[in-house]
Design a protein around this ligand. Structure first.
Ligand code: ATP
Length: 435
């Protein structure tokens, strides 16, 4: 758990997300509250429930991105799920408990990754022994083994091909859901687990270069050193105390007054979600998971419905409301220039792998921002996602030809942008399909 102050959390988020100060502050406080809760004594700690957040704002303005970055910062299990995916309990479709089951998978992956690092040195040693076995045979004398070990460590055998026996993870039936039976994927349905335990796991022979074998073998060897039960109990506690669920399109499950049919079912989904947000215990294949302290961030555009159309109980469980505003031309420019790993930087790095030097002039950035604003107002407002479609179109040819242009330096200018997408952007009908 991170002990960053709210101010520090906001400034971390600022590295990736432009504007949206209110939303950043709200999530920063929520995260800090979790740290505060951990400092309390046991009795009081159980009493303090998270203040869940409702993010209101148009599509593509950073709602998911803020939540995802927050989770990453806190090393917290995170899932994004669309509220419209669910149907009421008893109907065919996914049941809401699946949210917690997916979250626990994210928690297991995070915990395993963390624990793998702890045993990495030991696993590295064991992996080296396996590579040596493959190179000289397990029966070789210690002098031969040592001489190969030295060559191996000096990188002289990197390109040599060896044959190793690794766990076969390609089971097509690792887990399946029973259609129409909510929760059917839970528990005993993991066949590879069952057979794995009974027969010691399937393995297969693989031919591989020495230098590529390490990652695979280290992962396998570290898993052998890890205590599976401990990982599970750690992951369950991580999910219960630090899990974050991003519930998108919550506005689409609002029922409007005087309607029947689909609206009744939407309200049913809200009712199903309620216990999860209020705090309940969900059975998973890793054991029971309590949801009381999981942070829920619900989000929606609320163009048609209003937050007050949600069930009153659900409104009460989402007490913090923040509005995210539509992005302006200046925001688009800032997203292209100021954010870490911004799109121009990403494209330049990708082209550098082909020995092509790609740069963007200030005028090019201005023009891209102008075109994105124009398209959002004429075609459809998809927020900052528009920058991705425009950039992709501008660089399509260069991207295709890059392998033949090694050594070239290409500057993207305003004229280049206009020539490539300017005309297209003016044609609303065509843009609908292409940009
Ligand atoms: N304010 C912002 N600053 C930087 N990048 C942004 C911002 N807003 C959106 N983006 C980028 O645009 C893309 C879409 O944003 P995001 O997924 O957060 O949308 P959203 O608001 O959650 O919309 P939706 O509700 O449709 O999922 C992401 O790649 C994100 O990095």
């Amino acid at each position: 758990m991170t002990n960053f102050s709210p101010r520090e959390i906001v400034s971390e988020l600022d590295r990736f997300i432009v504007g949206q100060k209110d939303a950043k502050r709200a999530v920063a406080i929520a995260l800090r509250n979790r740290w505060r809760r951990q400092q309390l004594d046991d009795d009081l700690r159980e009493e303090v429930l998270p203040k869940n957040i409702l993010m209101i704002g148009p599509t593509g303005v950073g709602k998911t991105e803020i939540s995802r970055r927050l989770a990453k910062l806190a090393n917290a299990p995170f899932i994004k799920i669309e509220a419209t995916k669910f149907t009421e309990v008893g109907y065919v479709g996914r049941d809401v408990d699946q949210i917690v089951r997916d979250l626990i998978e994210s928690g297991i992956a995070l915990t395993r990754e963390k624990r793998r690092k702890d045993v990495q040195a030991k696993a590295h040693g064991a992996a080296e022994e396996r590579v040596l076995d493959a190179l000289v045979g397990p029966g070789a004398g210690s002098a031969t083994r040592d001489s190969f070990r030295k060559k191996l460590r000096d990188g002289l055998l990197d390109e040599k091909e060896i044959e190793i026996e690794v766990k076969d993870t390609s089971s097509p039936m690792s887990s399946f859901e029973i259609p129409g039976m909510p929760g059917g994927s839970m528990g005993v349905m993991n066949l590879s687990d069952m057979f794995g335990k009974a027969f010691g796991g399937r393995t297969k022979q693989r031919k591989i270069h020495v230098k590529d074998s390490y990652e695979l073998l280290i992962t396998e060897e570290s898993d052998k050193l890890l205590d599976e039960d401990k990982i599970i109990s750690e992951a369950v506690s991580l999910v219960e105390n630090s899990g974050i669920v991003f519930l998108d399109e919550i506005d689409k499950i609002c029922a409007r007054e005087g309607k029947g049919g689909a609206d009744v079912s939407r309200e049913g989904v809200q009712r199903d979600l309620l216990p999860l947000i209020e705090g309940t215990t969900v059975t998973t294949k890793y054991g029971p998971v309590k949801t009381d302290h999981i942070l829920f961030i619900a989000s929606g555009a609320f163009h048609v419905s209003k937050p007050s159309d949600l069930l009153p109980e659900l409104q009460g469980r989402l007490p913090i409301r923040v509005e995210l505003r539509a992005l302006t031309r200046e925001d688009f420019k800032a997203i292209l220039i100021d954010t870490e790993a911004n799109l121009p930087k990403q494209y330049s790095a990708l082209m550098a792998t082909e020995e092509v030097t790609l740069t963007f002039s200030d005028d090019a950035i201005d023009t891209i921002a102008d075109i994105a604003v124009e398209l959002n107002s004429t075609v459809e407002n998809i927020g900052a996602r528009r920058l991705q479609t425009v950039m992709e179109k501008i660089l399509e040819d260069i991207s295709f030809e890059a392998p033949d242009r090694g050594g070239d330096t290409i500057e993207i200018t305003g004229d280049f942008v206009r020539n490539n997408v300017g005309e297209l952007a003016k044609n609303t009908d065509l843009s609908r399909y292409i940009l």
